[in-house]
Design a protein. Sequence first.
Length: 461
Amino acid sequence: LKKVEVLIMAKDFTEGHPFKVIFLFSLPMLIGNIFQQLYSTVDSIIVGNFVGKNALAAISGSGSVQFLLVAISFGFTAGISVVLSQVYGAKEYDKLKRAFSTSLIFVLSLALLLGIIGIAISTPLLKLLGTPDDIMPDAVAYLRIMFIGMPASFLYNMCSSALRSVGDSKTPLYFLIIASVGNIVLDLLFVAVIPMGVIGAALATIIAQCLSGVLCMIYMNKKTPIFALTRKDLIYDKQIVSAIVNYGLPTAVQNSINSVSMLAVQKFVNYFGADMMAAYGITNRIESFVTMPIMNMALALSTYAGQNIGAGKVKRAKQGITATAAMQAIFCFVMAFILPAFAPNLIRLFGLAEDPHVVELGCLGISFSAKFYILFGLFQVYNQFHKGAGDTKFSMVASLCMVAVRIPITYWRIYIAKLGEVSIWVGMIAGWTTSLVVNFIRFVSGGWKGKAYVQLEANEE
């Protein structure tokens, strides 16, 4: 491919001020996350208002199960992003299209397999988690429909990851906005107008996800020469798959560990009953508008680090950490004050104003965890830098450390010390702290060096 064709809608992160480059790249991703979170949040708000607390608890209780398999996809998508960003940073343009074709075939095949597995394990896994009997039918129905739509979700995640790996974070945002608006309209239609309950909410979500994935793929095929695929371009390169698995498998394992941790936490939450299940689900929806932007600032750093390390600009890659940490600090400081202040009104949006216990529990969780958002932000900064550098196996180790601390502390506080519902959030913050410490030690020790898939001669000066 000619360089002029490659650079259409792509950005080179090996030049320019790190703060400006990372901030401008992350901004569309931040906006995109607001809309992406509308998928699940609107489901919960509409179901809470038009169906009731038990239906809302069903969606909340099934979310951790769904994430168990989705997390595997995110892991391999992260591996794909590492490969594509480093190939692009090294300016090996001919390899980009082959890598994209291989990645697309790999991800869609994986999505189909995981969707089938998800449908099969939905009921036994929900029973294992101690899901209350009166919530079980809705939870199973919601979960199975979401698994049927998994290929559509994976397609969008794959396409948006590919575009971001070459510096285009705006295009995925545009299609995500369209899909989010469509999701709201369909939610109202399938739940409020046609009383389909949680099934309607699930259908609205997967139809919207399908729309965003298909639109993104059509755009890439028509407007971005580096990713436009014809029949002859559909190549499955085993060497590229090996690289994707090499970088993606540790992240997939890491995400799976995190999701198993979420399943364990969900069992702890279920122990306290439907009020706590509803409150925990609501706080997760609300706090996702804080944690997901934090994660996307760090994801921007991952692409930035991947391109610069691929180009051999190691010192410049490390400068991105300082820039991203500064952004995280400002954002987390503001959110630590704003979110608790508005928590009661935000919780009542979910149609539970007449359930003061649910509101109380939700406010408790938000007020407690908001003080520690900066720990989450900084651990994401170092973790995503390591992924961009190709040191994905260490990220898996860091997750193991986080879970090894979070689960025992939460269990001890709930079942032995009897310290109540706040234990859910205490354990989470202990996990963040652990992951931050081990990631920082890894960065300072330099163990991440030499892990890149492709890299020009390194320049530390």
